[in-house]
Design a protein around this ligand. Structure first.
Ligand SMILES: [Zn+2]
Length: 443
């Protein structure tokens, strides 16, 4: 039986959703224009006013918002509320080291963020009967607290264990009888393999739903997770800090291979063609997805480019929900790497390397995983300068460690460093191929 958190909204007839979107989008545009100087400047420069928005299609008259715009207005330039009304700030990493921020009023935390996560949990059959082991990171990252509030709202028992510490994860999973787990898909595979390796009695594992997101993953990976965890359904949850965090969209259990329901009364999606001046694509066509946060108070974002490639399906789902579904995300239009759920741009790695004088400035980042059961492995091959090239093994070892530590302290992931002789890395005339992603055929 399907469980709904807000059936009247989740199963609302299409015309009703659109009526609500129209009203709320008007409000968002007015709010952005009246309260945020940057939006007023942008819209004035484009010759558009909030009053020009009369029907949903008019949204395309308004300029898009890019990640760089958020960075340029760091920290609070795009906040529509005074700080006394902002009760929380989340952040994700950005290319220059300055994070991308999202602000939340009380309304944003409880009536939007917690609510869409409550709906998302019910959508994949997690209810007040469940014990949710929340292995998403807590902190500036939206994952932990997003699921936490949604889980509490539906009355489930939430275990705020956060990410990592596999031994403890497995101990509590057995002792508490966790029935749902939230974590990145790659960490789920790792946990599943550890269950086997440690010879844990399967009878003690009660997980029936795994809710996974924060990194792109394929149907192949879902199959692998479900094979490794008999009795557990693997669900995809999607979101981004700029929009709210997790809970922008989610698979339903009834139709988990047919896309993720977007909570369209809060997040208005559009699919755009980056090769055709960001015009909207024909219905059902693939393109880059943009979202408008039509109910968010603190940081309203009209037409934000999420840079994920997907398409929309407006058919009513067998689960009864009418909210549009997007296909599982299959690629991004920029070069961001997502490693163990952490967003990393090659330029961030570069900026760390550039500060080390013994390095020549030629490097390549190899991202690989041995097989489906392994975590991503990052190897960074870096050339030494002629001057510092040394064949003394001991020196190289110590220096390798120093570079690895520097990378860890600024980017928080462990990379294997391979120092190579001058002239080893292929030179390119045009845009350098910095990233070699070997994961594609394995995930
Ligand atoms: Zn559905």
């Amino acid at each position: 039986m399907t469980t709904y958190w807000q059936k009247e909204i989740e199963c609302m007839p299409r015309e009703e959703i659109e009526k609500l979107q129209l009203k709320r989008t008007k409000g968002m545009l007015k709010r952005a224009y009246d309260r945020i100087a940057w939006f007023k400047k942008q819209y004035d420069a484009h010759g558009v006013k909030p009053e020009d928005f009369k029907e949903l299609d008019d949204l395309s008259k308004f300029p898009l918002v890019q990640k760089d715009d958020l960075r340029d207005n760091y920290p609070f330039g795009l906040f529509a509320e005074p700080m006394e009304n902002v009760i929380r700030i989340h952040a994700s990493s950005g290319t220059t080291g300055k994070p991308i921020l999202g602000g939340y009023t009380k309304h944003d935390v409880y009536d939007v963020f917690a609510e869409v996560n409550a709906r998302s949990l019910n959508c994949c059959d997690v209810t007040s009967q469940d014990i949710i082991q929340n292995a998403y990171g807590y902190g500036l990252f939206t994952g932990g607290l997003g699921i936490h509030y949604g889980g509490e709202m539906i009355g489930a028992t939430v275990i705020p264990i956060s990410g990592g510490n596999t031994a403890r994860q497995l101990m509590l999973m057995e002792d508490f009888g966790s029935t749902a787990i939230t974590c990145t898909p790659s960490y789920m595979i790792y946990l599943a393999e550890e269950i086997n390796k440690r010879g844990i009695n399967r009878e003690n594992i009660k997980l029936k739903v795994g809710i996974h997101g924060a990194e792109p993953w394929s149907e192949k990976m879902r199959k692998k997770i479900e094979e490794l965890m008999p009795g557990m359904t693997a669900i995809d949850i999607y979101g981004l800090t700029e929009i709210i965090g997790p809970g922008v969209s989610v698979n339903c259990t009834v139709n988990r291979y047919k896309g993720l329901h977007i909570w369209e009364d809060h997040f208005l999606p559009e699919i755009l063609d980056p090769k055709n001046d960001f015009e909207r694509v024909a219905p059902g066509e693939k393109g880059e997805i943009a979202f408008s946060t039509i109910t968010r108070e603190a940081t309203p974002l009209p037409r934000y480019r999420a840079k994920d490639i997907t398409r929309l399906n407006y058919e009513k789902c067998a689960c009864g929900r009418t909210h549009a579904r997007h296909d599982k995300i299959t690629g991004r239009t920029d070069d961001m790497l997502i490693i163990h759920g952490i967003n990393v741009f090659p330029s961030q790695i570069e900026s760390v390397l550039m500060d080390i004088p013994q390095l020549a400035g030629y490097y390549e980042i190899v991202v690989d995983r041995k097989d489906l059961g392994s975590l991503d492995k990052v190897t960074i091959r870096i050339e030494l300068t002629e001057e510092h090239f040394s064949d003394k093994v001991k020196d190289i070892e110590a220096f390798t460690k120093e570079v690895a530590d520097k990378l860890y302290s600024s980017l928080l992931f462990h990379a294997k460093i391979e120092l190579v002789p001058p002239g080893t890395i292929p030179r390119s005339v045009g845009k350098a191929q910095r990233v070699v992603d070997m994961r594609a055929d394995k995930i």
